[in-house]
Design a protein around this ligand. Sequence first.
Ligand SMILES: NC(=O)c1ccc[n+]([C@@H]2O[C@H](COP(=O)([O-])OP(=O)(O)OC[C@H]3O[C@@H](n4cnc5c(N)ncnc54)[C@H](OP(=O)(O)O)[C@@H]3O)[C@@H](O)[C@H]2O)c1
Length: 292
Amino acid sequence: MSTLPGGTWTLGDLTVTRFGYGAMQLAGPQVMGPPADRQGALAVLREAVDLGITHIDTSDAYGPRVTNELIRQALHPYPESLHIVTKVGATRDPQGGWPPARRPEELRRQVHDNLTSLGLDVLDLVNLRLGDAAGPQPGSLAEAFETLVELQQEGLIRHLGVSNATEEQVAQARSIAPIVCVQNMYNLAHRHDDELIDRLAADGIAYVPFFPLGGFTPLQSSALSAVAARLEATPMSVALAWLLQRSPNILLIPGTSSTAHLHENITGAGLTLSDEDLKKLDDIGLGATATN
Ligand SMILES: NC(=O)c1ccc[n+]([C@@H]2O[C@H](COP(=O)([O-])OP(=O)(O)OC[C@H]3O[C@@H](n4cnc5c(N)ncnc54)[C@H](OP(=O)(O)O)[C@@H]3O)[C@@H](O)[C@H]2O)c1
């Protein structure tokens, strides 16, 4: 039993807390290089697990290798309950860009790199990251996804998911092999996946919004601030509580490099939003009165 807000969810045969942690921004500026405060980054990871979080989202492309190495240093040997979710399909260039790397040999190498940097024999869940920095892009994922299925059959991956994916790509992946999650951009202001979330919920598949707080540009909206002020909470807290109440299959992976923010976010995600609050918050996405 989890005491964290939202309780737990089952990814395949893995139980995770719905309140998880996203490690991307522990790396340096532009997610390149080491963190400014290495000890602080290690402390946040340890605090997350001490507080009961059992779902950490990462990628070997973060840093590159920086966040995986931080996770390993902070938490290895890992508690049995902890599930580290990684993603493959992009690499980094010297300018900090995220060029796609989805040819079979590139995906194989990335899976092995993740195993090495995390210090694992098997990866619990690997997302195939599609599209580009501008968002999902149409196109077949068959060759790339089939490569991950082969790696799963070889025993290197337990469960599969897709990320930054179009609805058609989600359907195509599911026609090839079972997936346990979709990780796409979604928050109070970006509601493109509303229908997809509901369909996945009906099929017992998790939806994991990335940039739940707006990512590099925090969510800002007068309506969000007004609801937060009435509840004597922060806008970030309300944004997380809204996601948990939006659908039971939504898993949170907010990022922070601050233990104070980690505590604040956990407390805040447990806020109960009234129907009136939910209506005002829903209107943000529909009226696009927030920015991020
Ligand atoms: N699949 C993909 O393509 C993809 C893309 C992007 C991200 N992701 C995943 O999604 C996770 C979450 O995304 P993200 O971390 O970029 O964005 P996010 O969770 O939306 O926002 C993180 C930002 O919010 C700030 N923040 C957190 N709590 C706060 C609080 N209570 N008050 C004020 N500021 C607060 C953090 O700053 P502080 O450090 O100061 O708290 C950080 O700058 C990532 O870690 C990554 O694992 C996946």
